[in-house]
Design a protein around this ligand. Structure first.
Ligand SMILES: Cc1ncc(C[n+]2csc(CCOP(=O)(O)OP(=O)(O)O)c2C)c(N)n1
Ligand SMILES: [Mg+2]
Length: 1232
């Protein structure tokens, strides 16, 4: 055969391969065949056709070269072909004799109808292709069928896999023509099912989409089926064809299909037997010693321990240094004993019912966590294994574990998950049933939440408590949830230890290679009831009849290895006896233990944090004015101009307002928060804020991440570039999950005390969907597991007429879970009273009213000598309320957190005149403040803000009670009576009052009546309720009050009109300045909103009003532009004062019901009720009259050596890839 003939053959093959796609290719193929016919030496077209069809071009070329060198080096048939001799029919490979197959559908008739000129064929060509000879098509068809069969096994083989050790679930076997029992059922092969009854000796060329051939390129149909059966329908059913990545599917295919890949060496088998002996031996021992104790044994899924162990070995061998395990009850003690190597005596001592020597309530033994650093003898590497303490609430540990793993990666500078690896062990019913599984899995590939792959192992005992899978899930597998993240899922028969080990290796390697989630579903059974005292025959009689007949996996495997000659019977018996002795010795040892310590079960030790520290020392939280300026200037500046960052004009306006505030030395909520974050970052504390839309802020007030307006994914975060050596700042918009994200952040906070970790709810009561995390981890974690966390929850809360679900953060629930005793008056004379109170409570609950207090409160979180969760109810309207601002002096070194803010106005100065002492918390203070002014009761009503509700500030409350000895005592809240803080504060007020023998007063409730709904959705009703509340405190407005208010309004309207006529507009530029150039500085005070206009003001004393009834603008999910519109640069905090009110009260006038109105007539009180400005400051500002433009140049006078801002091109990669330096900046020390 000459080169021309060979090339033609190659062309034939290629063309035929493409033949199905179009007429042109078929034509090409025909032409090529004709070439061979004319140049060939007597070979028939059919032979060549089939020959070319079955071989690869490269293969033929290789053979041809070989043949040229030595004609005898190739098979006789090739020699004939290349030398041009005709083959005899007897020498021919058996071709798929489709015509002789009974059950096979007839080959598709490729009759080509000649197209008349101008007619178009179905394929769109202008003319029809001549038909290929029928045998060509048969051959092609046959190969396609083979390919489809292979594909069917690959994608659906798991449906016919032999996974159930009980033999209850699973397909039936079918007898093929060769008498072989095959699993592959119609479900797998579908339309190709009949093929397994074909001529099984037919030889086929294997397609490139399979590796079952190994080095062989041709296999008989029988061999193909046998191999596919073994691989896909044996004891492993692998689901991987759903994965969209070709690299990953090829990788898995390679691992499963390559012949010989599953063989274990003798030593490996022996090791496996040893591990299985330990796993089974441990449960047997416990069963023997504590037959009636609950331990949630592993029997029936004993292979779980060797499987985890294999994953651990493999991963540590590949460089993993820390493994975090999250799991529920089943087999937990076994994991502690045989994976973590917790001394068995320690575990057994938990069964003795001993007293604990440390504080806390402890937890049941199968929930306890632990932490161990040890040498892995198999790999000779140190490995740290953590089993995270677990509440009974199934699967809720998952996000906590992930957050902890993520934080550990951060601490170690592990930006790819190479050193830290999470493993989660699931139950079958809970894996499919608990929504948090799905929510957590959805974090798996998010840049700020990824743990670079988690290994999931399901101990699938085919039952959940008493419920069969058919009643507990609609999906075929309990693992189907993992398909959403494209995870490969390896179902494996738990009674085949070697298959399980094989899967363990593959998942460990997969995670190392791809850093993605992967699942093993260990399909076993549960030998006992749900717990050892349960009778399973009540509900699963048939299943348990089978189970009773089954030999334990250990016995089966031992028999197998004895038969194979891997171990002898006596060796196996010695193995069992040896482990029994270990357990017996531990038992004896455990009997000597007389007390237990909860702290020895801690899963997150913080070495070095508590040692040598005076826990009761509260460090100052104030900072210098220079730091305030640096942070303030950076935070208020747009990105430097050289970066040509196009900033939204609304943002520029906000930045201009911030600049103005910095110049005026006053801070609003977002600036106060930025001061807290920035100063902590400066001090090396990593700050992480996570939650839905936190980057901008739900209420569009934060704007930490600025977005380039014309370039995608280019963002700027000034707080990440304050100081060259600052700690990293992570502000992360989360997935729309509360449960998983809050759990994640809680886990993140557990990893190190040197970080401020916050989760913000979109609205406070969305924490409803994270209740389990709140109850079982945050509220009680320290008590149960001696584990601290300083996680902060920011829950927007206040009644603004926004409806039932957008109003309440459910303060009452958090307070109800607080564990300070309402009936015990603490020792307030103790010098460490404040710190001790904080240390002894389970969490801190605050409802703050000033930015400065937020600042101090957040900083206190990391300044304390211990860690406590903080639940802070954040404001909504106060975010922009002109009165809710703090002067810089409230942030300085002399300032501190104020647990209670007394009345510092006229009432506070002349307490003897005070008739009513009103205690309140949060935003309602501003309503009361305004109404007191309107009602002209500033001298007679004292307003006291309880900023820290829990622990209750008894000392300060008592001081207030003593200061106003004759005043009537009121608790005023805007929430309904059965909500808010009332039920918490009432008994505590009583306790404080009872302390004083001469006291006969009690505190009365003023607020909304009880309700099942947190708030009305009707604005009119909202206002009616509001009015009733106000009237109950101050009474109705008198005619004099009304007259005075009307006069005020008229005056201000007139003034506003005059101002508007005399001063030019200070509107910001209509289009954003390009290249980051500064917006033109306003030339005068920004136009003021119209003053209170009666029509827009709810009628006082009237029955209803259509007007806005809230006391503040509804700060819903406003867009940025409207947010910018809503925020008033010329707030009266800076310049406006109602002279009459000012004079009369000697303090700031009250805020208005409608904040815009109030904004236009009230000067801002500081948090203590006094204007942050002196009159001089206020008038100076009025004189200067302009809001300067934000500083543009990084070298501007107000900057103190800021680090060069970096523009981050956001990519879908992980955050850590984006910022590989984060580990270097990490202030937290690795805990090793
Ligand atoms: C959130 C939650 N709901 C219900 C329970 C009660 N419960 C404990 S174990 C269990 C069955 C769990 O079945 P599965 O996940 O299959 O684990 P198994 O016990 O079979 O190992 C149930 C319903 C619980 N602990 N947590
Ligand atoms: Mg189960």
């Amino acid at each position: 055969m000459n080169q021309c003939r060979l090339r033609s053959l190659v062309r034939i093959r290629r063309s035929l391969a493409l033949g199905l796609r179009g007429t042109d290719h078929r034509l090409l193929a025909r032409q090529a065949l004709r070439t061979i016919q004319t140049t060939g030496q007597g070979r028939g077209v059919h032979d060549l056709d089939s020959f070319a069809n079955g071989c690869s071009a490269a293969y033929i070329e290789g053979l041809y070269k070989k043949w040229k060198r030595n004609p005898k080096s190739v098979d006789e048939s090739w020699n004939e072909l290349f030398s041009g001799n005709d083959r005899t029919t007897t020498n021919r490979r058996p071709l798929p004799a489709s015509h002789s197959r009974k059950n096979r559908r007839p080959p598709v008739e490729r009759t080509v109808v000649k197209a008349r000129s101008g007619e178009r064929t179905a394929s769109g060509g202008a003319s029809a292709a001549p038909a290929a000879p029928p045998s060509d098509w048969k051959n092609i068809d046959d190969h396609h069928v083979i390919q489809a069969i292979i594909r069917a096994y690959q994608s659906r083989g798991h449906l016919a896999a032999d996974l159930d050790p009980l033999g209850i679930v699973g397909p039936k076997k079918h007898t093929s023509v060769d008498g072989t029992q095959r699993h592959a059922a119609r479900e797998v092969l579908r339309q190709h099912y009949s093929y397994i009854f074909s001529d099984l000796n037919t030889m086929f060329k294997l397609p490139s989409s399979t590796m079952i051939g190994g080095d062989e390129e041709f296999l008989t149909l029988k061999e193909i089926l046998d191999r596919l059966e073994r691989i896909y329908c044996g004891h492993i059913g692998v689901e991987y064809m759903q994965i969209t990545s070709l690299t990953k599917t090829n990788w898995i295919r390679d691992r499963f299909e390559k012949p010989g890949g599953f063989d274990l060496t003798k030593a490996e088998k022996k090791l496996l037997l040893e591990r299985l002996t330990r796993s089974t031996g441990f449960e047997n021992f416990l069963a023997k010693k504590f037959s009636s104790e609950k331990r949630f044994g592993l029997e029936g899924c004993d292979i779980m321990i060797p499987t985890i162990k294999e994953v651990v070995d493999r991963a540590t061998d590949q460089g993993v240094e820390s493994i975090l395990i999250g799991m529920a009850h089943r087999g937990r003690l076994n994991v502690l004993a045989n994976i973590c190597r917790k001394p068995i005596s320690d575990i057994l001592s938990q069964f003795h019912g001993l007293k604990a020597t440390d504080s806390g309530s402890g937890d049941v033994k199968y929930h306890l966590g632990m932490f161990q650093e040890r040498l892995n003898r198999q790999t000779n590497r140190m490995v740290r294994i953590t089993v995270v303490a677990n509440p009974s609430h199934l699967e809720h540990v998952n996000p906590v574990l992930l957050g902890k793993a993520r934080a550990e990666m951060f601490q170690r500078g592990d930006t790819s998950g190479s050193k830290v690896m999470p493993i989660i062990i699931h139950g079958d019913a809970s894996f499919s049933g608990q929504g948090v599984v799905y929510e957590s899995m959805h974090l798996s590939d998010l840049p700020r939440y990824t743990t670079y792959g988690t290994i999931h192992i399901v101990t699938n005992n085919q039952v959940g408590f008493t419920t069969d899978p058919r009643f507990s899930r609609s999906s075929r597998y309990c693992t189907d949830v993992a398909r959403v993240v494209d995870a490969p899922i390896l179902h494996v028969n738990a009674d085949d230890p070697e298959a399980c080990i094989q899967c363990a290796r593959i998942v460990a390697d997969y995670r190392t290679r791809f850093k993605k989630d992967v699942v093993i579903d260990l399909v076993g059974y549960r030998r006992n009831g749900h717990n050892e005292a349960d009778e399973p025959m009540f509900t699963q009689p048939l299943m348990y009849q089978r189970i009773r007949k089954l030999k334990p996996c250990l016995q089966l495997y031992a028999e197998k290895l004895i038969k194979e000659g891997v171990v002898t019977d006596s060796e196996f018996k010695a193995m069992v006896a040896e482990y029994e002795k270990i357990c017996e010795d531990a038992w004896t040892e455990s009997k000597a233990v007389k007390t237990i310590k909860y702290s020895s079960w801690i899963d997150s030790p913080w070495p070095g944090f508590f040692e040598g520290r005076d826990r009761l020392k509260l460090c100052p939280t104030g900072i210098s004015i220079e730091t305030l300026k640096t942070i303030g200037n950076m935070f208020s500046s747009p990105p430097p101009s050289e970066h040509k960052f196009e900033t939204h004009k609304g943002i520029l306006r906000i930045l201009a307002q911030r600049t103005q505030m910095v110049q005026d030395k006053v801070a609003d909520w977002s600036l106060g928060e930025a001061f807290a974050f920035g100063s902590l970052l400066k001090e090396g504390i990593h700050v992480r804020l996570s939650g839905q839309d936190v980057e901008r802020g739900t209420f569009s007030h934060r704007h930490h991440v600025l977005h380039h307006q014309t370039e995608d994914k280019v963002v700027y975060n000034s707080l990440d570039h304050l100081y060259p050596d600052q700690a990293p700042y992570s502000v992360c918009n989360s997935s729309l999950s509360e449960c998983a994200v809050l759990g994640f952040e809680h886990g993140y906070s557990m990893a190190s005390p040197h970080a401020l970790v916050m989760w913000e709810g979109q609205f406070g009561d969305f924490c409803n969907t994270a209740q389990c995390i709140i109850d079982t981890f945050i509220a009680s974690g320290e008590t149960k597991w001696v584990r601290q966390s300083g996680v902060v929850l920011l829950l927007p809360h206040s009644m603004e007429g926004m409806g039932p679900e957008h109003s309440s953060g459910r303060i009452e629930r958090f307070l109800q879970m607080s564990d300070d005793d309402p009936d015990v008056y603490p020792d307030t004379c103790d010098a460490d009273f404040v710190a001790r109170q904080l240390m002894n409570v389970n969490w801190i609950v605050t409802n703050l009213s000033t930015p400065a207090n937020l600042f101090h409160c957040l900083r206190r979180q990391v300044k304390m000598g211990f860690r406590k969760p903080l639940i802070n109810f954040s404001p909504k309207s106060l975010l922009r309320h002109p009165l809710a601002r703090s002067p810089f002096k409230d942030f300085n070194e002399c300032s501190s957190f104020q647990r209670l803010i007394p009345d510092k106005g006229p009432a506070g100065k002349q307490p003897e005149c005070v008739k009513k002492l009103v205690f309140c918390t949060g935003k309602v203070y501003y309503d009361l403040f305004k109404e007191r002014d309107d009602h002209e009761q500033v001298e007679t009503v004292a307003l006291v803000r309880v900023e820290q509700i829990c622990p209750f500030p008894y000392d300060l409350i008592s001081q207030q009670l003593e200061l106003y000895p004759t005043a009537e005592l009121l608790w005023v809240q805007e929430e309904h009576k059965n909500m808010g803080a009332w039920s918490y504060v009432q008994p505590r007020f009583d306790t404080a009052l009872l302390k004083n023998e001469n006291e006969s007063r009690c505190v009365s409730y003023h607020g909304r009546p009880p309700s099942s709904s947190p708030a009305t959705g009707n604005k009119v009703q909202h206002y009616t309720e509001y009015k009733a509340l106000i009237n109950s405190v101050f009474g109705e407005l008198t005619p004099e009050n009304k007259k005075r208010l009307e006069d005020q309004v008229k005056k201000q309207q007139a003034k506003a009109k005059a101002d508007a006529q005399s001063k030019p507009s200070t509107k910001p530029p209509s289009s954003p300045p390009k290249g980051g150039s500064p917006p033109p500085a306003p030339t005068g005070p920004a136009p003021r909103k119209p003053l209170i206009s009666m029509p827009s003001r709810p009628p006082r004393g009237g029955s209803s009003g259509k007007q806005r009834t809230g006391s503040a603008p509804a700060p819903d999910l406003v867009d940025e532009a409207s947010a910018a519109r809503n925020s008033e640069p010329d707030s009266p905090a800076h310049d406006g004062a109602s002279p009459s009110a000012w004079k009369r009260s000697g303090s700031a006038p009250a805020p208005s019901l409608a904040p815009r109105a109030s904004a236009s007539r009230s000067p801002a009180p500081a948090h203590d009720g006094v204007s942050p400005f002196t009159r001089e400051e206020s008038s100076r500002k009025k004189r200067s009259g302009s809001a300067p433009a934000p500083t543009q140049s990084p070298s501007g006078p107000l900057r103190t050596a800021p680090s060069k801002p970096v523009f981050i091109k956001r990519r879908p990669e992980k955050e850590s890839q984006r910022n590989p330096e984060e580990s270097k900046l990490d202030p937290t020390k690795p805990e090793r």
